[in-house]
Ligand binder design. Structure first.
Ligand code: ATP
Ligand code: MG
Length: 196
């Protein structure tokens, strides 16, 4: 039994080692974190922490719908190497005025585009960008071509629900976080440190 297990693990290790040996290229990645479950933005900020851990620079553009003061902003925005831009907030997107929202989105994208053309930024997080694409506030074609035109080693993380097929197609890594359960539905309000 033990021998059998050992042999199986050895075979598995061989397969994994050969897959690792074959993945020998470097590239600036486009990652998309989507789905209805919790964990999209917090995963992006995990990669931000990793990046800063190497002493590299990063930019964060937050296109938030229902923004409040967040723990991540308090923690990261004053750190060396971080450019942190809030490009819309709950109030901005609640104008019920589509033209005003589009103008805000377009202005915000200009700021994000600066990050995407700055080769000193190792990572750019475009938090909640999918909503602006899905509402048609930003032209998806332009956004995708601006992302594609970034410096070749720059990584980009896009978060938000309902990522479009085109965004998924353009991405290198896509995770869809499934909602199995959320405390909010049991009447628990957003908890600082966990949800914001
Ligand atoms: P997080 O920032 O916690 O990683 P997220 O980015 O995956 O969450 P968003 O849709 O951006 O999810 O939602 C932000 C806020 O809504 C967070 O407070 C989060 O806990 C909460 N939330 C996320 N998913 C759900 C859900 N399925 N039901 C209720 N609230 C949710
Ligand atoms: Mg989020």
């Amino acid at each position: 039994m033990d021998e059998k297990h050992k042999a199986r693990m050895a075979r598995k290790k061989e397969v994994v080692d050969s897959a690792i040996a074959q993945a020998d290229r470097d590239k600036g990645l486009l990652l998309v974190l989507t789905g209805n479950g919790k964990g999209k933005s917090s995963s992006a900020f995990g990669m931000l922490a990793r990046t800063l851990g190497y002493g590299w620079k990063a930019g964060v553009a937050q296109f938030l719908k229902g923004r409040r003061d967040t723990g991540e902003e308090a923690f990261f925005c004053s750190r060396e190497g971080v450019t942190w831009e809030v490009l819309g907030d709950g109030f901005t997107w609640d104008t019920q005025d589509r033209d005003a929202d589009i103008a805000t989105a377009v202005r915000g994208w200009e700021v994000a585009k600066k990050m995407l053309s700055d080769p000193s930024l190792h990572l750019v997080v475009l938090d909640e960008l999918t909503y602006l694409l899905n509402y048609g506030y930003l032209d998806e074609e332009r956004v995708l071509s601006d992302i594609a035109a970034r410096p070749p080693m720059q990584h980009v993380v896009v978060t938000g629900r309902a990522a479009s097929q085109r965004l998924v197609d353009a991405a290198d890594t896509v995770s869809e976080i499934r909602d199995l359960k959320h405390a909010f539905r049991s009447g628990i309000r957003a908890q600082p440190g966990i949800d914001l």
